[in-house]
Design a protein around this ligand. Structure first.
Ligand code: HGY
Ligand code: MN
Ligand code: MN
Ligand code: MN
Length: 400
């Protein structure tokens, strides 16, 4: 097998013919198909597969559950996402195990290949849901109550998938059994392409958060309502979106995005009564995110009020700045031939776990630099170099 062959096995699963790319969301048919692909691929390697109480997949090499080196990523995607964000890390971990087994390698400590549930938060709006439930950062009742876009609660989705609801929540024993976590991931940018290198290790993840903005106006008839005096939340949102960009442009390396909007009632001949919009803010530090948020919301508030509408802001998630474990990262960089350490603006399960176990990331070059879109790319040879590199790192970390 190769990384390319393994990716080819799932290349038709969750293909989104409307948006292009892939739409693979927690416990929906495509993601369930990926779960069974994970199980059969891991079992074909002689690994024993389990699903933990938080929907995360674990494939174990070795009987013990203590002192493990865990490596993996996620299988879910954003709507219309690329083929590599998430799956490349899971496929490369399986391939690295295959390489070591083919070499007759015998690890002195267990290796776990894992796939964390709902990393993108695309169905229930909680990014890194599986890993944050496991470490206790999300309360089970908050997760169970989440509702997807078609009104299905996470609890209903869990039950329909035959997952136990009572086992959702902190999993300290599992976490205690992991000595370190490595996540291989396609780079979501052009740093490696510009450097002409296939691999890098991760140094940091920018602080970032998500807020739901609810803008309430006055619904009415598009044809009988004079323009004067309208309280149109879509117009208010439009100037709010410009405010997000204005504030982000004023701040070095800051990012502000509104990529998801829900208009109520969403009728062609209807002045909307309400708009919900999700604000994604990223910056180098936690305090910079907070300052950018406050400044952005203040400007949005002014513009929403100017349209006679009301604004509510709800924090959906906040991920603090992550600095990966330096000794582990340096050791991996050395094993990969002295690759650079680069920061990322994208959140990852490795970012969640880094607060609990030494964690590191390996990035694989992306020639387009694009991610969260069908144009996301990775060269075959770089993917193989990534899996070989991960195998070398696992060999080093599980040697006698
Ligand atoms: O949104 C992110 O940063 C990640 O891709 N979940
Ligand atoms: Mn992503
Ligand atoms: Mn990802
Ligand atoms: Mn991610």
């Amino acid at each position: 097998m190769s990384v390319r062959d393994r990716l080819a096995e799932i290349s038709e699963i969750g293909r989104d013919n409307v948006r292009g790319g892939y739409s693979r969301h927690l416990l929906e048919p495509a993601e369930v198909a990926l779960r069974s692909w994970f199980r059969s691929s891991a079992e074909a390697l002689g690994l024993s597969v389990e699903v933990d109480g938080n929907g995360n997949l674990w494939a174990w090499w070795g009987e013990s559950r203590q002192g493990a080196v865990a490596t993996g990523s996620h299988l879910d995607s954003v709507p219309g996402g690329g083929a590599f964000d998430g799956p490349l890390g899971v496929v490369s971990a399986l391939e690295a195990v295959a390489i070591l087994k083919a070499d007759g390698w015998c690890p002195t400590r267990p290796i776990a290949v894992c796939a964390f549930a709902e990393e993108e938060g695309s169905r229930f709006g909680m990014p890194c849901l599986g890993s944050r439930l496991m470490v206790g950062e999300i309360a089970p009742e908050d997760a169970l109550a989440r509702v997807d876009r078609s009104g299905v609660t996470l609890e209903e989705a869990w039950r329909q998938a035959g997952l136990g609801v009572s086992t959702i929540g902190p999993d300290p024993d599992r976490l205690a059994g992991i000595d370190m976590f490595l996540e291989l991931h396609v780079e979501q940018g052009l740093d490696l392409e510009d450097r002409g290198l296939p691999l890098a290790v991760g140094s940091a993840i920018m602080a970032h958060g998500r807020w739901r903005l609810s803008i309430v106006g006055e619904g009415n008839h598009a044809g009988t309502t004079p323009m004067q005096g309208r309280r149109d939340p879509v117009v208010a949102l439009s100037s709010a979106a410009l405010a997000v960009r204005e504030i982000a442009l004023e701040r070095p390396a800051a990012r502000g995005t509104i990529g998801r909007i829900s208009v109520t009632p969403n009728g062609t001949n209807v002045i909307a009564s309400r708009v919900d919009a999700w604000l994604d803010i990223r910056a180098h530090t936690d305090s910079e995110v907070r300052v950018q948020l406050d400044t952005t919301v203040a400007l949005i508030q002014k513009r929403v009020a100017a349209e006679g509408c009301a604004l509510e802001v709800h924090e959906e998630s906040f991920s603090p700045l992550v600095l990966f474990d330096e000794p582990l990262t340096a050791r991996i960089a050395g094993l990969l031939g002295g690759v650079p350490a680069i920061p990322t603006g994208a959140g990852h399960d490795a970012g969640v776990l880094s607060a609990y176990v030494p964690s590191a990331m390996i990035f694989v070059r992306n020639p387009t630099g694009v991610s969260h879109a069908p144009e996301e790319a990775a060269r075959e040879e770089d993917c193989e170099v990534g899996a070989q590199g991960l195998a070398a790192v696992l060999r080093d970390l599980t040697g006698g």
